[in-house]
Design a protein around this ligand. Structure first.
Ligand code: HDD
Length: 725
């Protein structure tokens, strides 16, 4: 389906700005000056075997343009994928909090462009390293561009923007040899962590399964920093922004992530693109946690501290509207690469808090575009253009597109009749929230930021047993790649402040003893800092656990766009495949026919169906569940196909649902799964663990399989033991 023709697509205004240059339609090739090109295959030479002539303006223009095709990649979040869409608020109930029309007028549909990204890897790196994901949304509102530039984790590593270059230098490839690519598992990152206890909360999230999402479409988003909502009366409420995916929040497992990075480094990018092309538009609800101004100090953490979250059980998330991504970009470079997001792009009705990380961000994002997008006119690039008209006295600069007419480019003026004139607040003019400030100018961090461990503990306590086990393994893996023992030791010391049991397990995995970190931890403060001032603060949090933080409690049951591999070979049972395929597709799942070779595969009656992938080009890590249909001859062939057997073992190891019909179960019976605790070759029906057998007709196999896929994974398998794969 061509997503450009999607009837739901209302982003006409953006389209108009982008004025497509379509290839096709009989155009003739031209130079950039519009001269028609007669021969694009040979350069101009002094004789057909002679030297190329400098005079060849066609060659020179083409090569010069090519030489400059690349722009600097983003210093962070270099690898990303974007999509267009729309946002609509559900009702006008937010009017008491904000005057931002896109948040209060349900008749408005606001166009958006959303870019998801990894943080550490270069632009050409793979999609599933263990990393934070960026989740940046540009709203093209009628009052100007509003950007919500968030991540898929609700907290950040550092409390003050001045530490950002250090954090990023530490996590990026090491400067002497540029190793490793897109990985935090190396000395410099963990050295920084070990000396910066404030990082522990985000580090816990980074070690959790949140850092290896199943899909961009199955990630939560968080604005992280506290912002303000401002209403017509100029009153302020603090606000935390959330995105809640309607498909639920799901992850892959670490062994799988590492394999996906090799099998399909574009896994997330492809997943987003394919879903939108197929018309399965990803959706998120916008959630707000609204906190009255007078409640600023009522929490056991500081609202301005970006390493803290506001538990949803304390301040509920109001779901106020929905974002639907319904159109893929036409051109990756022009749109996704050139998109310039900025937390400082706000509209009337939204304002900043004094969060010191946010305050520093407000400088950084414009500054970076100056070198990345080549100057101060990046707002004129189509993807960045406001749909609200722009009138001001800013002029000229590299790559200026707008042709300003008239004699005046200053304010006040009389020659231009005083235009453009300032807008009153009643006319939509932006006026900053008038916060009272009475303080000494200091280079310091507030003592209210000094509790580093209670929220990491809250997060850990909120995870399911499987999530905790994965997090423990992640620490062991990452620190196992650190070859400076002192660094490992210091990190284990920090973990011991979060949870003694976790620290003991990680220490065990690394062959270390737990040692409490040296006190006070003041590596991160100024040289003359008074140690007494920087003693960590210990807070006994009001909550022991927050169910909202565990993915085990996410929305389940929806199998829309889930990928299901059917393992086939010549001689499969046609009814078995057809009935399962029909049942799964009716629920919105996507079936992939896998066979020993590409081309066509025949059922037992001699009918052919198209093979989507051969075992050579595909692997179990690229799908959510496996089905082995009935068929005597096909099963015999599959049993002789090592990669088919490996499919079963690997999918079982990764806790994915596996269903077999009729003879198909024999493939499972020769795999390692037969040795799995509590199963035996004659009893492979482990329904509670997502391993289903049936004859495929009249025994509800499809129904049970759909339910199992809706459960996402069966992590209970890991408790009983794992199998090799
Ligand atoms: Fe940032 C890009 C999210 C702190 C400086 N950031 C960037 C992107 C996202 C975030 C999603 C990619 C946008 C896109 O798709 O183009 N950043 C965050 C969040 C933060 C955060 C959620 C903490 C709450 N960032 C942060 C700090 C600084 C920066 C403290 C600097 C002081 N971020 C940048 C940047 C980037 C950027 C260097 C790189 C490319 C760009 O801006 O356009 O300016």
């Amino acid at each position: 389906m061509n997503s450009k023709k999607n009837p739901k697509d209302n982003s006409q205004k953006i389209e108009d700005l982008n004025k497509d240059i379509e290839v096709g339609d009989g155009q003739k090739m031209t130079t950039n000056q519009g001269v028609k090109v007669n021969d694009d295959t040979s350069s101009l030479k002094a004789g057909d075997r002679g030297a190329t002539l400098l005079e060849d303006f066609i060659l020179r223009e083409k090569i010069t343009h090519f030489d400059h095709e690349r722009i600097p990649e983003r210093i962070v979040h270099a690898r990303g994928s974007g999509a267009h869409g729309v946002f609509r608020v559900y009702d006008d109930s937010l009017k008491k909090y904000t005057k931002a029309a896109f948040l209060t007028d349900p008749s408005r549909e606001t166009s958006v462009f959303t870019r998801f990204s990894t943080v550490a890897g270069f632009r050409g790196s793979a999609d599933i390293p263990r990393d934070v994901r960026g989740f940046a949304v540009k709203f093209y509102t009628e009052e100007g561009v509003y950007d919500l530039v968030g991540n898929n984790m609700p907290v950040f590593f550092i409390q003050d923007a001045i530490k950002f270059p250090d954090l990023i230098h530490a996590v990026k490839p090491e400067p002497d040899n540029e190793i490793p690519q897109a990985a935090s598992a190396h000395n410099t990152f963990w050295d920084f962590v070990s000396l910066s206890p404030e990082t522990m909360h985000n580090v816990m999230w980074l070690m959790s399964d949140r850092a290896i999402p199943r899909s961009f479409r199955m990630m939560e988003g968080f604005g992280i920093n506290t912002f303000r909502l401002i209403n017509e009366q100029g009153e302020s409420h603090f606000v935390k922004f959330h995105w809640k995916p309607l498909l639920g929040t799901h992850s892959v497992v670490w062994d799988e992530a590492q394999k996906i990075n090799g099998q399909d480094p574009d896994f997330h990018r492809r997943d987003l693109y394919d879903a939108i092309e197929a018309g399965s538009f990803p959706e998120w609800e916008l959630g707000l946690q609204i906190i009255p101004q007078e409640d600023e100090h009522k929490f056991d953490f500081d609202l301005l501290d970006p390493t803290k979250l506001v538990p949803e059980e304390i301040v509920p998330v109001l779901r106020v509207g929905k974002m639907t991504l319904n159109r893929n970009p036409d051109n990756f470079f022009a749109e996704t690469e050139q998109a310039a997001f900025h937390p400082g792009h706000i509209v009337p009705g939204i304002d900043f808090s004094n969060d010191p990380l946010l305050q520093g961000r407000l400088f950084s994002y414009t500054d970076t575009q100056l070198s990345r997008l080549g100057g101060p006119n990046f707002h004129e690039i189509p993807i960045n253009r406001s749909i609200a008209p722009i009138h001001n006295n800013q002029r000229d600069g590299i790559s200026r597109m707008q042709i300003n007419r008239g004699k005046t480019s200053y304010h006040p003026n009389s020659i231009g009749d005083g235009f453009p004139e300032q807008a009153k607040v009643s006319e939509g003019g932006f006026a900053s929230y008038q916060e009272r400030v009475d303080a000494n100018k200091v280079r310091a961090r507030s003592r209210s930021f000094m509790d580093f461990f209670s929220q990491p503990a809250l997060f850990y306590n909120s995870l399911s047993e499987a999530e905790q086990a994965h997090l423990t393994d992640a620490f062991c893996f990452e620190l196992g790649k650190v070859d400076i023992v002192d660094i490992r030791q210091r990190v284990v010391g920090l973990i011991s402040q979060v949870d003694a049991g976790l620290a003991a397990k990680v220490a065990e995995g690394l062959g270390l003893e737990v040692e409490a970190p040296e006190q006070p931890i003041n590596h991160q403060f100024g040289a003359d800092a008074d140690e007494a001032d920087y003693q960590p603060v210990t807070v006994i949090p009001k909550l022991k656990s927050s169910p909202a933080l565990s993915m085990a409690n996410t929305v389940k049951g929806n199998i829309k766009t889930r990928q299901i591999a059917f393992l086939t070979a010549d001689g499969f049972d046609g009814d078995s495949v057809a009935s399962m395929k029909t049942a799964l597709e009716a629920e919105g799942a996507m079936v992939k026919i896998i066979a020993p070779r590409s081309g066509m595969v025949k059922d037992s009656a001699g009918n052919s169906i198209k093979v989507d992938h051969s075992f050579l080009t595909f692997s179990s890590v690229l799908v959510d569940a496996i089905f082995v249909p009935a068929g005597k001859a096909s099963t015999e062939t599959l049993k002789q196909t090592p990669r088919a057997v490996h499919f079963i073992d690997e999918a079982f190891l990764h806790c994915k649902p596996i269903a077999t019909a009729g003879e198909g179960r024999e493939l499972v019976a020769i795999s390692y799964v037969k040795n799995y605790p509590k199963s035996n070759p004659n009893d492979l029906d482990l329904e509670n663990l997502g391993l289903l057998t049936g004859n495929g007709s009249g025994d509800n196999l499809a129904k049970k399989f759909i339910k199992a896929i809706g459960n996402h994974r069966f992590f209970e398998r890991e408790k009983l033991g794992k199998i090799p794969a």
